[in-house]
Design a protein. Structure first.
Length: 84
């Protein structure tokens, strides 16, 4: 059975495996792929990860997301994909 989650950016419902879980950890947004991290999490689809800007992310997580942080998220997404 597939788990369906909603992307917080485009609000489309997609299978969880097509989405990336982002978690706010120590005022930084990290990609939560391996273990379940607790904290404020949100699902974003890969399309939105590529399109999203820091302003939008800051709004979603109610924190100040830096350009650097966004770059890390994108890098993390690539790592996650190549690991499979
Ligand atoms: Zn999306």
């Amino acid at each position: 059975m597939e788990v369906i989650r909603m992307c917080v950016a485009c609000r489309q419902r997609k299978p969880q495996k097509q989405l990336l879980r982002l978690v706010k950890l120590n005022n930084e947004i990290v990609v939560n792929s391996k273990q379940k991290l607790s904290g404020r999490g949100a699902y974003l689809c890969s399309d939105c990860i590529n399109k999203v800007n820091t302003k939008h992310l800051s709004k979603i997580f109610k924190t100040n997301v830096s350009e650097e942080n966004l770059e890390k998220i994108k890098e993390g997404m690539i790592d996650d994909k190549s690991a499979k």
